[in-house]
Design a protein around this ligand. Structure first.
Ligand code: AGP
Length: 617
């Protein structure tokens, strides 16, 4: 999940690479480096440990302009986050950077050391650099340098196992940028007399909106005059450029203190954009085009498997309650990293849905490939166009939430739930498990969600005050029933990944089966208890906590005096239907995690040890 940027053209300065990396820093931020190659074949490499800002002071040592260059911001897999382990890595005339993991790097490293190569880092990436140099150097000196590089790249990638997106320079070909892709994202941008390479489109939109996504087993040879695309055996590949709709302003904070706060406030718009074009309100129908209906009639689907990680997993868990209610089919929600260890029971009538904001999560990618190879019909519910998971699925349904830069996912969660609810309605429609008027009633609730979420965002100031009271807690429990259990899980994840406070979520009814032993006067429990069908039983659970001295931070329906009397602190959300309710209670939990993290002074947009897209298993 590193950030990679590359350039070839009439000339780029160090700031081009630095600013490009800033737009990708959410992908990994424990060290960084830039390499620039001038037309006379001189390569300059500068690297720094820690945040990208530490590299800034070294930019002056780089050439003012270069025709080719690459940059990298790292999330460490092999080797500590040090300058020595920072990319790019050099071997002879070759400089290489890498996003991914080379699984067989040890035997390759031993063989290279036996050939006399010396290593200065602990990384698997340096192995790739030396291996490429070894293959390049083994070719006849009489061959043109570009031809040697082509052959050497094909020879090298044939020996590697794992996932890699490489950016490569060679002093003997100072007009060529090499991009290689297997398993980790690599997008190519086309400008006027220049080409770009990046691990995400966020780094390209300020230069071009014409992009092309490399697919697995492809190599791009980029020059200012044009590009050649082949597979790993050298056979030409044809791929068109496409126009992306993301803009520079979407990449900026827009006056918010953090990307995460901006994205929390973008939830109404993200939900509305996800709904757009998919609802026929008068007819009480959902437009099913997006859900792969052309390839697999939704009517034939008799089972759903939702496969995801982290927040995306919780969006699936939440949607399960509604899809089963609407479509009357079983919905399993699986952690992607565990999915492949089960014996597959999918059939051709199983719809396997990969939910992923980035579309690059390796666990989810491998799991959906397993589902597809087992015979399931596969659909990607994704936020980034042209992602690896989109390529791996039969069909793709975008959530149109716009770029989500904060590592902690917020607007994508709400947009994913929105999209999955519509999938449930589409299935109900085609399986005729709901009447048009019933579907129409749910649709009328869905279109209300943006306004209710907007209303809940008004709680931010009150929640900021609560954060001052709860920011020093050592541990916090979250409980909820039904869909609110999934919201509780999401709230606990947000709190722990942002504030580093231990947090766990339980189905409220589960508390008495063990976790209640944790309750004492030092423990705070966030209790989700809006006025819904689960309310009475949840109140009983809250009274059980109260009886044992636990502190209650309740999230309920505004004006609920009974709940307020039980709670130490109370956050009231507007009265809503069961469709809207989980969206309403999610907002205060996102805001609570945000404000506690701000109060604790953690790095809200780039929490420690994390990255926005986990492209390793
Ligand atoms: C969520 O806040 C976390 N950043 C993380 O759990 C994330 O949801 C997970 O890694 C899945 O990412 P994806 O949606 O891009 O696949």
């Amino acid at each position: 999940m590193c950030g990679v940027i590359g350039y070839v053209g009439l000339g780029a300065n160090p700031d081009f690479f630095f600013n490009g990396l800033k737009r990708l820093e959410y992908r990994g931020y424990d060290s960084a480096g830039i390499a620039m190659l001038t037309s006379d074949g001189t390569i300059s490499v500068e690297r720094a440990e820690g945040k990208l800002a530490n590299l800034q002071s070294k930019l002056a040592r780089l050439p003012a302009k270069a025709t080719v260059g690459i940059g990298h911001t790292r999330w460490a897999t092999h080797g500590r986050p040090t300058e020595n382990n920072a990319h790019p890595h050099r071997s002879g005339d070759i400089v290489l950077l890498h996003n991914g993991i080379i699984e067989n790097y040890r035997p390759l490293k031993e063989a290279l050391m036996a050939k006399g190569y010396t290593f200065t880092s602990e990384t698997d990436t340096e192995v790739a650099a030396h291996l490429l140099n070894a293959e390049y150097s083994a070719l006849p000196a009489s061959l043109p340098a570009f031809e040697k590089m082509q052959k050497a790249i094909y020879k090298t990638v044939a020996q590697l196992k794992g996932a890699f997106a490489f950016g490569i320079l060679c002093t003997k070909t100072p007009d060529v940028l090499y991009a290689v892709r297997l398993g980790s994202p690599m997008v190519i941008g086309e400008g006027e007399g220049e080409y770009y390479m990046a691990s995400g489109i966020t780094a390209l939109v300020e230069h071009t909106r014409r992009v092309m996504f490399l697919e697995d087993h492809e190599v791009a040879f980029l020059r200012s005059s044009g590009l050649t695309l082949t597979d790993f055996q050298g056979a030409p590949v044809k791929r068109d450029f496409q126009k992306v709709e993301w803009s520079v302003s979407m990449m900026e904070k827009g006056g918010y203190r953090h990307f995460m706060l901006k994205e929390i406030h973008e939830q109404p718009q993200a939900i509305a954009q996800t709904l757009q074009g998919r609802l026929e309100r008068e007819a009480g129908r959902v437009n099913i085009v997006d859900y792969g209906a052309a390839a697999l009639p939704l009517k034939s689907i008799d089972r759903l498997q939702i496969i995801a990680c982290g927040t995306s997993f919780y969006s699936g868990l939440l949607a399960k309650f509604f899809i089963e209610k609407f479509a009357r089919i079983p919905v399993e929600v699986d952690l992607a990293s565990e999915y492949r260890y089960r014996v597959s029971t999918v059939t051709k009538n199983t719809l396997a849905v990969a939910v992923s904001q980035s579309g690059e999560t390796m666990d989810t990618l491998q799991a959906i490939k397993f589902a597809r190879s087992s015979g399931a019909f596969t659909l990607g519910v994704l936020n980034v166009p042209g992602s690896s998971i989109a390529v791996a699925c039969h069909a793709e349904s975008l959530i149109h939430a716009g770029p989500e830069i904060g590592v902690a996912s917020t607007k994508a969660f709400s947009a994913q739930v929105t999209n999955l609810m519509m999938l449930g309605l589409a299935l109900a429609q085609e399986r005729e498990t709901m009447k048009p008027n019933e579907i129409g009633q749910v649709i009328e609730e869905l279109v209300k969600i943006p306004a209710f979420v907007e209303q809940c965002l008004g709680l931010s100031d009150a929640i900021e005050k609560l954060a001052n009271k709860y920011h020093s807690e050592r541990s916090i429990l979250f409980i909820g029933r039904g869909p609110q259990w999934a919201v509780a899980l999401e709230g606990a994840l947000k709190l722990k990944e942002l504030s580093y406070i231990h947090a766990e979520a339980y189905a409220a009814g589960e508390l008495k089966h063990g976790p209640i032993a944790l309750i004492d006067e030092d423990l705070t429990v966030v209790c989700l208890a809006p006025r819904d069908e689960y309310y009475e039983k949840t109140i009983s659970n809250i009274e059980e906590i109260k009886a044992r001295g636990g502190k209650i931070l309740a999230v309920g329906t505004e004006g609920d005096k009974d709940l307020m009397a039980l709670a130490d602190d109370f956050i009231g959300v507007p009265p809503t239907s069961s469709i809207v309710s989980p969206f309403a209670t999610t907002v205060p939990l996102h805001l609570l995690a945000y404000w506690i993290a701000v109060r604790k002074g953690t790095d809200v947009d780039q929490p420690r040890n994390l990255a926005k897209s986990v492209t390793v298993e």
